[in-house]
Design a protein. Structure first.
Length: 468
């Protein structure tokens, strides 16, 4: 039961994002909900960490042929599975503006994102304070949830405000399939969320406002994936957006027309494209998606969740997958067996780690597995192993700019150091974790709760001495 505590409350991957409602033409592109203080925008008196500007952006490590297929799959279907008849984008310069109850962290994070979109994706985009191509409006979390349950943020076409969105619901105005060229779009994000959730919403929803509208579970190196491991735009994502705005493409092109010119576009933009594959392609069966939603979603009994995870793993094996979907299935089995069968959980995590570590671009997923293994080792009194898992993951997570995961790993490491008797090092690591926790979790209360949960995992030194 002590093990179940941290994993029940962890914001790192508590649930798959729910799928969009196929009957609703509005594109509900989601970041997973996270723990955060509710009510007014988060305001913290203590320092909040921020990540350094990206100096050397990562690049896509996969073959251009595979990336071309991914591009087509992302561009011509929505998350609900609904096909899109033509390719669409903004033609000409793009502007973006913030409005509503703007959180204090949002302007800086948007400025960093816009800079990356200009420099890495080559998009002619800039910020403005007036009417804009893309309007990001911040509204209370409860307002979003009463519209789409369990959704953190979403993007829709052809409107520029929440009032316009409400007036347009039930009409064809919000139908992405009717768009032939993008002229304006609105992103709706929670005003009362943690700084990291705000940042993550900006990255994912801005990317879909500008580019592809679909998510694919098989992508190991992208925010365009409902597994939600990646929280900021990756090298693959920037390449996709750069290709999306290539001069060889234009709004109104058919899938066949885009597919015909795409190899040349990618050869020009990514001449060092590798030769390896990262996934087995093909559509992800709805039965697997549903099983993962039950396994990792909110609600439901523990037994039903474990059964759903095992069902997803069976489907993955029957499909012959060797990619991230198989690894994610093992990950879910591990997550749901921590309190029930730690040995089975460790075995499932080890298999997930083995698969992720051989996939190009899946280092962030491997770091998530390391966090789980570090917690498992800590609970069993194996302090050295817990530190080793945390140390392997921390540099990866720092590069990925996931503050909530970084803070959790540092808390785990500090607890393990303390268990090993290295109190001075434990205090230093715990102190360093605090600013990241504020950015990742959004309130000191949530950060303190996370620390208590992690402290509860560790056996007492006295208990270890008596057993020894």
């Amino acid at each position: 039961m002590r093990l179940a505590t941290i994993f029940a409350v962890t914001t790192l991957l508590t649930a798959c994002a729910p799928t969009s409602n196929p009957s609703d033409p509005a594109q509900v592109s989601m970041n997973r909900p996270r723990e955060a203080a509710s009510g007014a925008p988060v305001a913290l008196a203590a320092p909040v960490a921020s990540f350094a500007p990206v100096v050397a952006p990562s690049r896509a490590l996969r073959s251009n042929a595979e990336i071309a297929q991914d591009f087509v799959d992302l561009e011509f279907r929505m998350e609900s599975g609904r096909p899109l008849p033509v390719f669409t984008r903004f033609e000409g310069p793009v502007t973006v503006a913030l409005q509503g109850q703007v959180p204090p962290s949002a302007p800086q994070d948007l400025a960093r994102l816009v800079s990356r979109l200009r420099n890495e994706a080559g998009i002619n985009i800039s910020q403005t304070s007036g009417p804009a191509s893309i309007t990001v409006e911040f509204v209370p979390r409860r307002t979003i949830r009463t519209t789409y349950a369990n959704v953190a943020c979403f993007v829709v076409p052809n409107v520029s405000s929440w009032a316009e969105f409400k007036a347009a619901r039930g009409t064809g105005i919000l139908d992405w399939a009717s768009v032939r060229s993008r002229t304006k779009a609105a992103v709706f994000a929670p005003a009362d969320a943690s700084p990291q959730e705000v940042r993550d919403c900006l990255h994912e929803e801005m990317a879909q406002a500008l580019g592809p509208l679909n998510d694919l579970y098989q992508l190991p190196d992208s925010v365009f994936n409902d597994d939600n491991f990646h929280t900021t735009l990756t090298g693959f994502d920037m390449l996709v957006l750069r290709a999306h705005y290539a001069p060889q493409l234009r709004s109104g092109m058919s899938q066949a027309q885009v597919a015909a010119v795409l190899p040349g576009v990618l050869a020009q933009m990514n001449p060092a494209g590798g030769a390896g594959r990262s996934h087995d392609g093909g559509r992800t069966p709805p039965a697997w998606v549903k099983s993962m939603e039950v396994a990792l979603g909110a609600g439901g009994g523990a037994g039903a969740k474990r059964a759903a995870a095992e069902r997803a793993l069976q489907i993955a094996r029957a499909q012959g997958w060797s990619d991230g979907r198989l690894a994610f299935s093992h990950f879910a089995v591990g997550r749901l067996n921590i309190g029930q069968d730690p040995v089975a959980a460790a075995s499932a995590f080890a298999e997930a780690s083995r698969i992720y570590r051989r996939l190009p671009g899946a280092h962030v997923q491997a770091a998530h597995v390391d966090m789980q293994l570090a917690a498992l080792a800590l609970s069993q009194g194996r302090a050295d192993q817990a530190v080793a898992f945390a140390d392997r993951a921390i540099p990866v997570v720092r590069r990925a700019e996931n503050a909530s995961l970084l803070a959790t790993l540092m808390m785990l490491k500090a607890e393990a150091l303390e268990l090993a008797g290295n109190d001075a090092a434990a205090r230093a690591v715990r102190l360093d974790s605090q600013a990241w926790a504020r950015y990742g979790f959004g309130s000191d209360a949530v950060a303190r709760a996370r620390q208590r949960d992690i402290s509860a995992l560790a056996p007492s030194r006295l208990g270890l001495a008596i057993r020894g």
